[in-house]
Design a binder for this molecule. Structure first.
Ligand code: ADP
Ligand code: MG
Length: 209
């Protein structure tokens, strides 16, 4: 089982659709503990990604991830643009020149992307950010592949872990990003970035069922 470029493109397209579908919900979450632009930020970025999709040369997974990362960096303001941009640019570095990926290569790319977000945003698990969905998802993916699960099964477990991590942000007090300005008042609200990060894993699981 390998991950083809077509499948990666399907994943990105599915995510763009999911963002469009959840734009209002992401905005509502960000209105409660931020400035209410997370839905619009993500929507702007992924609509730009969609419009550039056909300009990416056939064949190379890395080129596709690179286009996504560059597009997010150049079109999305706010904190989440540079962070998601970094995720995809790091995934691009890991996959450049590859026409398809082994499941372990996808896992390694995701790990590099996660490390990139942590290096840039300096958030730790429990700070009530997208890391709280992405890190458990990557851990679950790696463990499942290590146990010889199929890619589809491994991504299902990653999605479940991302969902649990997202839900756990409700109780947390934010220590990074705008929500941290609220201090204790940030508790009781689900983190917008962890919510969009879970959607990314949900789309991956759906694409590689
Ligand atoms: P902004 O906060 O600049 O308005 P967005 O609303 O688009 O940007 O994104 C907010 C989300 O970004 C938060 O919900 C959180 O998940 C994520 N975030 C904020 N700061 C960090 C950080 N330092 N590291 C990781 N994620 C972060
Ligand atoms: Mg915001």
């Amino acid at each position: 089982m390998t991950v083809t470029r077509e499948a990666v493109e399907q994943w990105i397209r599915a995510y763009a659709d999911a963002i469009a579908e959840h734009e209002q919900a992401l905005t509502q979450l960000d209105m409660a503990i931020g400035d209410g632009d997370h839905g619009a930020n993500m929507q702007r970025g992924f609509q730009a990604v969609l419009s550039r999709m056909s300009s990416v040369a056939e064949g190379d997974v890395g080129a596709l991830f690179r286009m996504v990362g560059m597009t997010l960096l150049s079109t999305v303001g706010g904190t989440s643009g540079p962070l998601y941009g970094t995720l995809f640019l790091q995934m691009a570095l890991q996959t450049q020149g590859k026409r398809e990926l082994k499941p372990e290569e996808l896992e390694a790319a995701l790990r590099a992307g996660l490390d990139g977000i942590i290096a840039r945003g300096k958030a730790s698990p429990g700070d009530k950010t997208m890391i709280d969905a992405l890190k458990p998802a990557h851990d679950a993916l790696r463990q499942a592949l290590h146990q010889k699960a199929s890619l589809g099964e491994a991504l299902r477990r990653a999605e479940e872990a991302a969902r649990a991590g997202r839900d756990a942000t409700i109780a947390l007090v934010a220590r990074k990003g705008r929500a941290s300005y609220l201090g204790e008042r940030s508790a009781g609200h689900q983190d917008p970035g962890a919510t969009s990060a879970h959607l990314l894993m949900e789309c991956a699981a759906r694409t590689w069922m």
